[in-house]
Design a binder for this molecule. Structure first.
Ligand SMILES: Cc1ncc(COP(=O)(O)O)c(CN[C@@H](CCCC(=O)O)C(=O)O)c1O
Length: 398
């Protein structure tokens, strides 16, 4: 039979796609003997399993077959209404997503034309790069420091470079753990409004603050600036993955009507709707269980972050720089130039410890001497052992 050249059949979009470093590493780190600081996985031992079991039963008792039937693309009304009330906006401006990863993919689909300039932090969340890549943007990297995006540099870029959108993770950024300061948030919202640049505020970690003072979301600053959710140039994306559980794949986007209309159409084409049963379960949990769970994980993650920082200070060579997060799941290491953290990973896994090499978090490459550590899914004992092993490895590599 004649062979068909299947590779040649792939679309240009498909040919531009690449694997997620995190997803690939997770396959390796599933081995029980490996202490993984790689995936931003919530602590499994803290999952509210009994509460989810009870909610599932309540949902089936209350809704019966409707809990297992097709439902609307926009999302389960009680869940949308609860989210809208939390944000102080109409439910029409809230769209449920199947994980905020789907939100990023559909926002890429409805906003990015080939060659559009997309401004991203250096480094930024590699999952966003993976979602945007198939729409063939032109990335421009924004420099960041301990206060997050350098808004002076942003202004310089905007003066010379027309940009379609800016993607930012202002709270406890993935991968650096940094937080955008309040005054820089105001400046960023003003500048992007002035130059007509849409902002995607990706905020799955906002509730996981364990120290310092909260700053207003870019979305709320945009609302203040425009006075109307349907004129807000800031799009907000968040998720129940880090505050409740990731496996139910429940998240949401807040956007102005012209964008929301297209997001819904894109979602119709993607998965029709987020699983009905999962949405109803989450809607059962948001009133009482969610606030308790947030307190629980904030406490636990704060302890684990402090412990990991203690161990890093004790066991790592002085040449290693690290960020000090105020919340979230990550801290970010910068090693001396010339160290290649991707090349070091196999030796780390041999010592039964894993991390995410930093280079995939840079849209335009670089960062070979950086790496990301997550402290949330390791117990204090595992943190002590894993950081000690990593310290030995890094000392040997310098
Ligand atoms: C800034 C940011 N935006 C969206 C997501 C996706 O979270 P969900 O789809 O809402 O679960 C994430 C989740 N990232 C984690 C989880 C990915 C884990 C995995 O690929 O299994 C990580 O960076 O390790 C994120 O950090």
């Amino acid at each position: 039979a004649p062979a068909v050249d299947l590779g040649a059949a792939l679309s240009r979009r498909a040919q531009s796609m690449n694997a997620s470093a995190i997803r690939e590493i997770l396959k390796v780190t599933q081995r029980p003997e490996v202490i993984s600081f790689a995936g931003g996985l919530p602590a499994p031992e803290l999952f509210p399993i009994e509460e989810v079991r009870a909610a599932a039963n309540t949902v089936l008792d209350r809704y019966g077959p409707a809990a297992l039937q097709y439902s609307t693309t926009e999302g389960h009304p009680p869940l949308r209404e609860w989210l809208a009330a939390q944000a102080g906006i109409p439910a029409a401006n809230v769209q449920i997503m199947t994980g905020s990863q789907q939100g990023l993919d559909l926002l890429g689909k409805v906003l990015i034309d080939e060659g559009d300039t997309v401004l991203v932090e250096a480094p930024t969340y590699l999952g966003a790069l993976q979602s945007f890549q198939p729409y063939l943007p032109r990335y421009v990297q924004l420099p960041t420091d301990d206060g997050g995006i350098d808004v002076e540099a942003l202004e310089e870029v905007l003066k010379t470079t027309p940009a379609k959108l800016l993607y930012a993770v202002p709270n406890f950024q993935n991968p650096t753990g940094r937080t955008l300061s309040a005054e820089r948030r105001r400046r960023l919202v003003e500048l992007t409004a002035q130059y007509g640049v849409l902002v995607i505020e990706d905020d799955p970690y906002g509730q996981l603050r364990f120290t310092g003072e909260p700053a207003p979301s870019l979305y709320s600053l945009g609302l203040e600036f425009h006075g109307d959710p349907d004129r807000n140039h800031v799009i907000y994306s968040s998720s129940f993955s880090k505050t409740l559980v990731p496996g139910l794949r429940d998240a949401w986007v807040q956007a102005a009507a012209p964008i929301m209309t297209k997001l819904i159409q894109a979602k119709q084409g993607a998965d029709l709707h987020t699983p009905t049963f999962n949405q109803m379960i989450v809607a059962e949990l948001v009133q009482e269980v969610l606030p308790r769970q947030i307190e629980r994980v904030r406490q636990a993650y704060g302890e684990r972050a402090r412990f990991m920082l203690e161990r890093v200070q004790a066991d790592f060579p002085p040449e290693v720089a690290y960020t000090i997060p105020q919340g979230g799941m990550f801290l970010w290491l910068t090693l001396p130039q010339g160290v290649d953290t991707a090349a070091l990973l196999p030796a780390a896994v041999e010592r039964r410890v894993a991390y995410v090499p930093g280079s995939p978090f840079y849209a335009l490459g670089g960062g070979e001497n950086t790496l990301r550590l997550s402290y949330t899914s390791a117990t204090p004992a595992q943190i002590e052992t894993g950081i000690h092993a990593l310290g030995d490895l890094l000392r040997g590599a310098l």
